[in-house]
Design a protein around this ligand. Structure first.
Ligand SMILES: [Zn+2]
Ligand SMILES: [Zn+2]
Length: 341
């Protein structure tokens, strides 16, 4: 089978690999669509992981199952989560699935941007979902990113009628706009440096969009909210200066969600006085668990999130480099998928 292995940011090679052997409680999936994640195109992240077959947003068809598998059969259309928790440890009991040691250790083999991939026992048992007939493989490939958005909205403590500011309107920001609308946000305000993204956010339900290259974000937000600022701020970019900006945009009693990670050495200076007396909560939202993927698939089935709205570019496997470059450009693109015949 062919796989796309990334060695460095502009060095992705299509290589041959033997088909993985399927154990008694495992399954082999023939890939049909796999998203290129905004995180996958972050140079510092690639450098830590390379060489590796990336792709953790796959959907496909079960091509083989082990003798002891009874939940799935050959021909089932599925979304597979690349990480799955044990459901037995203290972190799992608390619902902190991504902090489960098993969650961190699990992965699909070799990765989602490959013609076939192996689904190990835990992933198959604990976070592989059958796709409803009404949704396409491209829709199915949006399950994982949608689930990350579901989790961030949950952690934001968004209440109906709240003003929400979404900083960064790439694919994840657009999903956050769509979900904020779905979950009953009052005023939805989006901010991005790229006009195309601002326009798309407006189509998806943002009431106000702000391009900080042209106007001061805090001033405009203040004008839009009678000086109250935003009850919820979701900071997309994994960058300390933007996180700091996000904190300055939060209303009294508000919550600031850090959606993406920063490089390990990055530091953020905060004023405890400001956080304390205004009771501003800082929360992070990293990846997603099996509760979130189920909710995400439900939202996709309802048509809240669809590939038709969000997938702007599609590439065959041998053009994976172009798919990564398009996502990394972060201009007139929302989601790029690698698609398989
Ligand atoms: Zn992702
Ligand atoms: Zn666990």
């Amino acid at each position: 089978m062919k796989v796309a292995r990334i060695y460095d940011f502009h060095d992705i090679r299509i290589e041959e690999m033997p088909l993985p052997e399927v154990g008694p409680r495992e399954a082999l999936v023939q890939a049909k669509a796999c998203g290129v994640c905004s995180g996958d195109v972050t140079p510092w992240y690639i450098k830590r992981k390379a060489p590796i077959v990336l792709g953790h947003e796959p959907a496909g068809v079960i091509a083989a199952v082990g003798a002891e598998v009874d939940k799935f059969k050959v021909g089932d259309r599925v979304f597979v989560h690349h990480h799955a928790p044990c459901f037995n440890c203290r972190q799992c009991e608390k619902g902190n699935y991504v902090q489960c040691a098993v969650w961190k250790a699990t992965k699909i083999i070799p990765g989602g941007i490959a013609e076939y991939f192996l689904v190990p026992e835990t992933n198959l048992a604990n976070d592989t979902l059958k796709l409803p007939d009404s949704i396409s493989f491209e829709d199915g490939a949006l399950t994982e990113p949608t689930a990350c958005s579901v989790k961030s909205i949950k952690r934001s403590n968004l209440k109906p009628g709240d003003t929400i500011l979404i900083i960064g309107l790439g694919i994840m920001g657009q999903m956050n706009v769509l979900l904020a609308k779905h979950y009953g946000a009052g005023k939805i305000i989006g901010a991005d440096l790229v006009d195309y993204r601002c326009e798309r956010a407006r189509e998806f339900g943002a009431d106000v969009v702000i391009n900080p290259t042209r106007e001061d974000l805090v001033e405009r937000l203040s004008a839009e909210t009678e000086g109250k600022l935003a009850d919820v701020v979701i900071v997309g970019p994994g960058s300390a200066p933007v996180m700091d900006l996000g904190i300055r945009c939060a209303a009294k009693g508000g919550t600031v969600v850090f959606f993406m990670g920063t490089p390990p050495e990055e530091t953020l200076t905060v004023k405890p006085f400001h956080l304390y007396f205004n009771e501003i909560s800082l929360v992070s939202s990293y990846s997603c668990g099996p509760d979130d993927t189920r909710e995400a698939l439900d939202l996709i089935e309802k048509g809240v999130i669809t590939a038709e709205k969000l997938v702007t570019h599609r590439y065959p496997l041998h053009e994976t480099t172009a798919a990564f470059e398009k996502m990394a450009e972060a201009r007139e693109v929302l989601k790029a998928l690698v698609v398989f015949p």
